[in-house]
Design a protein around this ligand. Structure first.
Ligand code: ATP
Ligand code: MG
Length: 551
């Protein structure tokens, strides 16, 4: 991967200037996932940026779990996120940190703000707080509790912590400006009461700091120099700076925002993925139709292809929607170089070679494992009396003479093998095709055919006896709409054909090749990834990573 272009992004330019001005000795970043779901490719954009900066500038990047909302967070997500990061090949600086590690310090900073008359305990409920806050067109209204004495505030806040008030009855708010043009500055909530067991601090606390209050303090405690987040936090930057300006903390990190990654026809938001899970559209976070890291891994994407994609899209302040084919191009380029080629039949049609020699069971043919890389060796394939081709390569009636399909009286070449001609179609009483009788031309193996002979195309095939049963999971776009950011009901835009399962066959050679790799190119079809092998009876499950061609 060529990183030169990536280093030209606006954040690296800011860091270059900071270093020129000697602002920092060491550059520190952090990746701050909330453990309320699995990582997705949007997170990876942020991960690549934060970890790349640390590596490039010889600084450090912390992994910090941003766990200030116990109602949605869980230790299982902490584990899953670490597993994904390890698989992706990222190593964080020193120990993992948690926002909850700093709950005591954050609490003390809240007391400091109260003492400075910059925070107060409010008794308005959430709905009233929202109403009093006003809109972009109207000013806010002061809460009747805004001007309590410091002493009263300290007592109430202490009693909030001691669990003396019911949930929702009180909150701690910053005293900033109810007429600010930025709604976020109209006395934002800093602490709320929640009688929920935290997965880490258990029942130690019943008040929890909000994201805005905790995040800047955690950044400062850790000595983060550049706190990178996505554009929707642009307004929050004002609050971030206000808090750090008003508490006695040594470090002063700076927040910078970049555009979120969005991918066409997909869903990234954890909240929306949860809706799909609850409604059984998908069964797990690692469904290969999702763009979660675990879903993409199960589908067959490699860590390098995902990271290279993130370096390829770069980092800007412009929100944009990336085509799925752009992501696919990275895994295709990688696998085109190194995936073993093999033949698989997804929609089997049986052919019987009626002139197959009676005294033998097979004709052995040598086929390369890769068309341009002889180092990958070769394998033997077996031409037998009964073979399968894809029924899409057969046509009963010729519509015009440009079709490249097998049909009665028309010849095609079997990949690596002989030229065959269809002579008779065998049907059941309902008129369904059971098999097609063919003749093979024994003089055509490895022989270039004269153009005048009009052999139409090359079709892939497998021997009936030298093949293994396989299920092929074909994944398509999960959502029918390109842009789903503003779709209110995600369930209304589900693509009903997002998963198709084909039952077919694959060359028996797969059983040896599986010991070397799990990535394959099925000739003429696409790139596939081995998911599972069952032994008795033998059956293999493959996931389609991508098609070979766009359509
Ligand atoms: P989601 O909206 O999917 O639930 P989130 O922003 O709530 O995501 P967090 O765990 O809070 O998820 O995010 C951790 C980090 O990843 C944050 O710094 C966030 O800005 C970044 N991030 C999340 N989604 C994207 C995205 N689509 N593109 C780039 N960065 C993202
Ligand atoms: Mg979040």
């Amino acid at each position: 991967m060529d990183y030169i272009n990536y280093t030209k992004n606006f954040i690296c330019q800011i860091i270059n200037q900071d270093l020129q001005k000697n602002k920092y000795k060491i550059i520190c970043t952090r990746f701050p996932p909330e453990p309320n779901g699995y990582l997705h490719i949007g997170h990876l954009k942020s991960i690549c940026l934060n970890f790349f900066i640390a590596k490039f500038y010889k600084g450090k990047c912390n992994l910090r779990f941003d766990d200030t909302n116990p109602s949605k967070e869980h230790a299982k997500y902490v584990q899953a996120i670490q597993k994904d990061l390890k698989w992706l090949g990222f190593t964080w600086y020193s120990n993992i940190t948690y926002s909850s590690d700093y709950f005591h310090q954050i609490y003390q900073y809240a007391i400091e703000l109260i003492k400075k008359e910059l925070a107060y305990v409010d008794e308005l409920n959430i709905k009233d707080i929202r109403e009093y806050r006003g809109t972009l067109l109207t000013n806010g209204i002061d809460s009747p509790y805004r001007y309590r004495s410091v002493k009263e505030n300290l007592t109430l806040f202490e009693n909030m912590r001691l669990g003396k008030f019911p949930e929702g009855s009180m909150s701690l708010r910053a005293k900033i400006d109810m007429n600010s043009n930025a709604i976020i500055m109209r006395d934002p909530v800093l602490y709320r009461i929640k009688y929920i067991k935290h997965y880490k601090t258990k029942n130690e606390w019943c008040i929890y700091p909000t994201y805005d209050f905790a995040h800047c303090i955690a950044d400062a405690i850790e000595g983060i120099t550049h706190s990178l987040c996505t554009l929707e936090f642009q307004d929050n930057r004002m609050l971030y700076n206000w808090i750090l300006n008003n508490i006695s903390i040594k470090n002063y990190p700076k927040q910078y925002e970049f555009a979120k990654l969005n991918i066409e026809h997909s869903v990234l938001s954890k909240r929306k993925i949860n809706i799909l899970l609850k409604n059984n559209i998908i069964q797990s976070w690692n469904d290969p139709r999702l763009f979660t890291i675990s879903g993409l891994r199960k589908r067959g994407y490699t860590a390098s292809s995902l990271k290279n994609f993130c370096y390829g899209i770069g980092v800007t302040k412009q929100n944009n929607l990336i085509e799925q084919t752009f992501l696919e191009s990275y895994i295709k380029n990688e696998l085109n170089q190194r995936a073993y080629r093999i033949m698989a039949i997804l929609y089997p049609l049986k052919l019987i070679i009626i002139n197959f020699p009676k005294n033998i069971t097979e004709i052995i043919i040598k086929a390369p494992n890769h068309p341009n890389n002889s180092n990958m060796g070769y394998r033997y394939i077996f031409f037998t009396k009964e073979i399968y081709i894809d029924n899409t390569d057969f046509i009963e009636h010729i519509s015009d003479n440009t079709n490249k399909k097998l049909t009665i009286g028309q010849e095609v070449r079997l990949r690596y093998a002989f030229v065959i001609k269809a002579v008779n179609i065998i049907k059941d009483i309902q008129g369904n095709i059971i098999c097609v009788h063919c003749l093979y031309d024994p003089n055509t193996l490895g022989v270039k055919i004269n153009k005048n002979r009009n052999v139409k195309g090359i079709v892939h095939w497998v021997s009936k006896i030298y093949s293994v049963k396989s299920d092929f999971y074909l994944y398509n776009e999960l959502l029918i709409n390109k842009n789903n950011e503003n779709i209110k009901d995600i369930l209304s835009v589900i693509n009903k054909k997002s998963l198709l399962i084909c039952k077919g066959f694959i060359e028996k050679n797969i059983l040896q090749l599986c010991n070397i790799t799990k990535h394959f190119q099925f000739e003429r079809i696409g790139y596939f990834y081995l998911d599972k092998i069952f032994n008795n009876p033998k059956k293999i499950i493959f996931n389609r990573i991508t098609k070979l061609k766009k359509k």
